[in-house]
Write a protein that binds this ligand. Structure first.
Ligand code: AKG
Length: 275
């Protein structure tokens, strides 16, 4: 694991779910906590993100295990699935999943009470574990969009507690419509896993058929760096390409009840509770 010389502070401020957050979770399928991480902590996370990107890139470029799905290039390297940007033969890293094992700073982030405490409320448990973790490095001018999808169809075949897999996106950069901020479809989580697309490639079934949700209910989640967006595994979400000169990097962590193994790694990673 590369050395992380700096670390983010541990917050011990209690941060249980508020009644309004519980309402939003039930009715809208998402809510935001703005500017939870201070600017110096965000800077530390950004530096860690660049270390992860460099490490994944180096490993992916020398590994033998590369493949294409629907024309896009992937590599299994450094214990992660590494996605390359969609532009033909791009060497730019788009997504790394999982990635927390690549940097101690992100390993500690999994235990941060500002994330773990609301997650316990959403999972409905006193202790939670990590389910999966990815970093999306939407680079200036090249960062591609994410088509509308739910996460639950990816996970339905893997475990029987898919309803208890809440996500949190940690914004590493100020996110706006210009740099391809995250978008959700309000209230799209209420009908479980929705039908996917047919006849649109190998991954088509994992993208949600727009006939089954209301595109007019989309909410662009513009938010300052250091904010947290919590969203349900059934919430339809996606984003536009980054056409700006600014990056839009973000981490997405998914939790589950404690004691269950992670999605891509056959190990249990319970969130550690500090004294
Ligand atoms: O980063 C984004 O804009 C979308 C992320 C997403 O859809 C995902 O990671 O499943």
């Amino acid at each position: 694991m590369p050395d992380a010389r700096t670390s983010i502070q541990r917050s011990h401020e209690p941060a249980p779910l508020t009644p309004e957050e519980r309402r939003a979770w039930a009715e809208d399928g998402f809510f935001i906590r703005r500017s939870v991480f201070a600017p110096d902590e965000v800077e530390t996370l950004r530096r860690a993100a660049e270390r992860v990107g460099a490490h994944a890139s180096e490993a992916a470029h020398v590994c033998d295990d590369t493949y294409r799905i629907d024309g896009n290039r992937y590599a299994e390297a450094a214990g992660s699935t590494v996605q390359f940007e969609h532009r033909f033969d791009s060497k730019t890293i788009r997504v790394v999943e999982p990635f927390h094992h690549l940097d101690a700073c992100f390993d500690r982030l999994i235990d941060d009470l500002r994330i773990v405490e609301p997650m316990c409320g959403l999972v409905g448990c006193e202790r939670v574990a990590l389910f999966t973790d990815k970093i999306n490095l939407k680079r200036p001018l090249e960062g591609s969009g994410f088509r509308w999808h739910q996460d639950s169809p990816y996970w339905n075949h893997f475990c029987d507690h898919v309803d208890r897999l809440p996500n949190v996106m940690v914004a590493l950069d100020d996110a706006s419509e210009r740099n391809g901020c995250f978008r959700v479809i309000r209230a799209s989580h209420t009908r479980g896993s929705l039908p996917g697309l047919e006849g649109q490639g190998e991954l088509g079934p994992l993208f949600t058929d727009p006939a089954h949700f209301d595109l007019d209910a989309q909410v662009p989640l513009a938010m300052p760096a250091g904010s947290l967006a919590f969203f349900s595994p059934h919430t339809v979400h996606g984003s536009e390409p980054n056409t700006s000169n600014l990056p839009r990097r973000a981490v997405v962590l998914t939790y589950q009840p404690a004691g269950h193994r992670m999605f891509k790694v056959d190990e249990v990673r319970d969130a550690r509770v500090s004294a």
